[in-house]
Write a protein that binds this ligand. Structure first.
Ligand SMILES: NC(=O)c1ccc[n+]([C@@H]2O[C@H](COP(=O)([O-])OP(=O)(O)OC[C@H]3O[C@@H](n4cnc5c(N)ncnc54)[C@H](OP(=O)(O)O)[C@@H]3O)[C@@H](O)[C@H]2O)c1
Length: 248
């Protein structure tokens, strides 16, 4: 059984890492999609090509989620191509890590813009459409760093904690239209950043994770399928911790 058969979804930041994994799993589960990344690239085209090879349907709309014009283009493309928008996955994100005393205004603002304003832009456009439909799901990717804090990430953790309050307020506003909003606290994943860390640092990191390993990007996809599917029709305004138990 495909859990997202015929669902129309937008996945932001789908060119690489976690977003790519979510898009591929959504395709396996029968969703049709509009894929976004900050710019047109071979990586974004590659995600789309992989989905088409699997027999799936998707379109790409590159552009920064910071801009309202990108958010409008994403929703317009989904509705024009698939006739509706069932799911938005707010995954696009960046880091610009520095100790606070060295963090420039630009580094603070850029991280807030992509990780939080981007969620606002895309959610606002998506929710307008979903309220008309009386159906929709908004899923936003936060981080366990928002719960525990992390040195060098005052900008990032502020944005990721902001997503949680945003999600709860949106859930209260949009619930009467059957639009559900939830967020994921994602833990450390095996991405390029992790692979570049020294072995000793990786070992120390793993000791704080009850499962004694970091996650694989595809392990975020399963909870995103659940939150987009009919298995979660009474779940809204909450967070799912996908961190191997690193914050319990
Ligand atoms: N990796 C982890 O350990 C971890 C842990 C907790 C939470 N997260 C969160 O999970 C999400 C994905 O992380 P990741 O590690 O998979 O990141 P990643 O590999 O660096 O990929 C980031 C994605 O976001 C896109 N992006 C960046 N800026 C954008 C913008 N302004 N507009 C639209 N798209 C933009 C990138 O597109 P381009 O290819 O065009 O640059 C790329 O597709 C992020 O929200 C991150 O904060 C990650």
């Amino acid at each position: 059984m495909k859990l997202l058969e015929g669902r129309s979804a937008i996945v932001t930041g789908a060119s690489r890492g976690i977003g790519r994994s979510i898009a591929l799993e959504y395709a396996r589960q029968g969703a049709v999609m509009v894929l976004n990344a900050s710019r047109a690239s071979d990586a974004l085209d590659d995600t789309a090509a992989e989905i088409r090879r699997m027999g799936g349907r998707c379109e790409t709309v590159p552009g920064s989620v910071v801009e309202g014009a990108t958010a409008r283009a994403l929703v317009e493309k989904a509705v024009a191509t698939f006739g509706k928008l069932d799911i938005l996955v707010n995954n696009a994100g960046i880091v610009r890590d520095k100790p606070l005393v060295m963090m420039s205004e630009r580094e603070f603002d850029e991280v807030l813009a992509v990780n939080l304003r981007g969620v606002y832009q895309c959610s606002r456009e998506a929710v307008r459409q979903m309220m008309r439909q009386r159906h929709g799901r908004i899923i936003s990717i936060s981080s366990v760093a928002a719960l525990a804090g992390r040195p060098g990430q005052c900008n990032y953790t502020a944005a990721k904690a902001g997503i949680v309050g945003f999600t709860k307020s949106l859930a209260r506003e949009a619930g009467k239209y059957n639009v559900l909003a939830n967020a994921l606290f994602v833990g450390v994943m095996e991405t390029d950043m992790y692979r570049r860390m020294p072995a000793a640092a990786k070992k120390e990191l793993r000791q704080f994770i009850p499962l004694q390993r970091v996650g694989r990007p595809e392990e975020v996809a399963g909870p995103c399928v659940f939150l987009g599917s009919d298995l979660s029709t009474f779940v809204t305004g909450t967070t799912v911790n996908v961190s191997g138990g690193s914050y319990v």
